[in-house]
Write a protein that binds this ligand. Structure first.
Ligand SMILES: [Zn+2]
Length: 132
């Protein structure tokens, strides 16, 4: 049994203001669009997406959501090897340096034995050439 606490409006007296109806429809569509974008966007931190919906546009990435975790997996921090190798390659682009030159430029930043080891690897793998 349903008990109505107020008299129901008869159908012929029901009236929907077209302007208000259009406005409510627009708001509902906007909300639906936001939810769809939230679900589909996999390149912006979920927390940032939510906060920007509420007007906070300069929030940092959370580091915990699926998007942040995926980005952390696909872009691992450069290893020491990659960092040193990149510096050596940068130094030897269009220039033929000696091992002494390379050590002179990089030994303040990295371990000398490690530099020599990586230079050797780069030469053996045809990535760089050096002069004696
Ligand atoms: Zn996140």
């Amino acid at each position: 049994m349903i008990l109505f606490l107020e008299n129901r409006i008869e159908e012929e007296f029901l009236y929907f203001d077209p302007a208000i109806y259009a406005r409510r429809k627009e708001v509902a569509e906007k909300r639906l669009k936001s939810v769809t974008e939230y679900v589909l966007a996999d390149d912006i931190c979920r927390s940032r997406q939510l906060l920007s919906y509420f007007g906070e546009t300069d929030s940092p990435a959370c580091g915990k959501c699926d998007v942040c975790l995926k980005q952390a997996r696909t872009a691992p921090p450069a290893s020491e090897f990659e960092t040193i190798a990149a510096e050596i390659i940068k130094l030897t682009v269009n220039k033929t340096l000696s091992i002494k030159d390379i050590l002179f430029k990089l030994s303040s930043k990295f371990d000398e034995d490690r530099i020599v080891e990586i230079v050797r690897w780069l030469i053996d793998n045809g990535k760089i050439e050096i002069r004696n």
